[in-house]
Design a protein around this ligand. Sequence first.
Ligand code: SF4
Length: 332
Amino acid sequence: MASSEPQNSLVKVDNLTVRFAAKNRGRRSYIEPVRQVSFDIAPGEVLALVGESGSGKTTIGRTLVKVVEPFGGHLYFDGRDITHLGSRAVRSLHSEVQMIFQDPFAALNPTATIQEHLVLPLRVYQRVPSTKLNLRVRELLEQVGLSPAEELRHKYPHELSGGQRQRVVIARSLAANPRFIVADEPVSMLDVSIRADILKILRNLRDSLKISLLYITHDLASARYLSDRITVLYGGQVMEVGTSRDIVKNPRHPYTRLLLAAVPGREGDLPQASEAAPDLSVERQGCPFAPRCPYTMDDCRTGDIPVRSVGSRHQVACLLEETDKDVLASAP
Ligand code: SF4
């Protein structure tokens, strides 16, 4: 049954859990790549989901564009419950919610021109009349810095560079005139030299078009540049939430500090713990970061890890916040 939410957030993820079937030594079992994750995104706000591979960030993005079905919890868009939708309602949602994929080459049809890629969403979602399609295509290409538009519109994806292809993917998402975009590692497969340009385009979507963004990345530095707030994930669970400034300048969770230590120029902030893939089994207990954490206590492995407020918009899921607040401060 549909329910409604207050209108102060455009996107609300409430206690989301995703469960997949998996095979373990030939026997059927289940994993939970996302467990009880909650966050919201205001109109025109950029929220970054930051974490390593296996953190659940891409799966969360896919639930919001209705590619992955939630196992538990609720998803809301503009006050509407979109947790479970039929195919017609999903098509309708995609006029307001779009996704930018990590691999721009795989996201484009190699047999279609750039013009054809942009005309389709203009027709389907915006019902732009044929007489105005060329004009709108040119406007979209110019909006993402692709010029000369008249020349580029007739090209095929293989004739463009990686950066140009990602601009086309962004233009295609804009053709639907969305209010919310999920951008899944949109610069990770691009040359370092053009990443900044793509991030600038995404920031411009927020500043000039007031589009809300969920920016999915493993890179805290780009999250700091692009986002208003950051949610740090590990093993499918939220570790820390705060403004981008608080997360980068005043990280409280050991995992956030580990991520920051990987940012060039910040090496050495924390002793490198041994890496291990997070346990995503349904049976897991305690803090998912315990096998890598330098401060693990007995209770970390078995107990519930409560989320504590450590500032007006800053929350941390770590038992250190209950025991000895000076431990992190005195860390090497
Ligand atoms: Fe480390 Fe325990 Fe905090 Fe988890 S709850 S991050 S294991 S101290």
